[in-house]
Write a protein that binds this ligand. Sequence first.
Ligand code: ADP
Ligand code: MG
Length: 340
Amino acid sequence: ESQLNPNYNFDNFLEGDSNRLARSAGLAVANKPGGTSFNPLLIFGGVGLGKTHLAHAIGVDIKDKYPEKTVLYISAEKFTQQYIESVKKNTRNDFIHFYQLIDVLIIDDVQFFSGKSGTQDVFFHIFNHLHQNGKQVILTSDKAPVDMQDIEQRLLSRFKWGLSAELQTPDYETRISILKNKLYRDGVDMPEDIIEYVAKNIKSNVRELEGAIISLIAQSSFNKREVTIELATQIVEKFVKNTKREVSIDYIQKVVSDYFQMDVATLQSKTRKRHIVQARQLAMFFAKKYTKASLASIGSQIGKRDHATVLHACKTVDNLAETDKQFRKHLEDLTKKFSQ
Ligand code: ADP
Ligand code: MG
């Protein structure tokens, strides 16, 4: 049971500037698993940019070329659950042994290992064994190794042994070809200006791009609605709004601290320096505005404050926005950043 999804392959992983390096490295690994210096191959990038698709594509291609090899795809989350289960059942050694016998191990979303020292430890041993025996390891993550948090140093250094290849947000041409490819595969015609409209307005996530075009295909094929720019606008808006709601508190803190040219640790620190306090209050304000997190949860994530502090921060931001021109400018600049 390889757990590979044959629908995710190289043929339908469209190439563009944003993914060329990662895609080519993936192909190189698929041609010679374990036999290139891309070991491990770590594919990293934001949500919906094709990490899972590419990881499967590599596995599927290897299985095609080397049917005798054992290839296993597993999410880091499932790997973690299996490991915990094995500890409970006293079968930790069997768990390790099972993974050490695999020729090509693909683990998706390794950022999930953050803070899980038992899982990291067991993975470290499996990784070393596979690597020493010339077996291929392929990993995906939402961050580059340098930006990973709560992952042990010895594991991070292993991640850096091979190649880290980034999947970037697709440029306009790639977005157009992804949309056209989807339409072509579904045998649907769509006016050129609609395709361009969708590609222009959904920029940061291939999953959303696909979601929008699937909605449009459904409206035209099943509801027999004429696909107009108005319909496209409604559908695109739905997807773009969804993106805004998905902003994370981590991301907000990063954007706010970048804007004030400080690091996140400073923003979270206990200092009473005015500009740092204001940066922190703005982060809390945006976290309340753009996430569904409770005040208590916002407080605990932004420097371990309580819910009353967050409430106070939000009120202060409202007040300052009315009385302090400079502050209002900060608020407006940041609001723009979050609505891009
Ligand atoms: P991630 O794992 O990075 O969150 P996924 O691999 O799940 O992203 O990709 C999201 C969707 O976008 C999938 O349906 C995938 O097939 C599609 N996709 C991403 N990149 C491409 C690409 N270059 N060509 C075609 N489809 C793509
Ligand atoms: Mg994924």
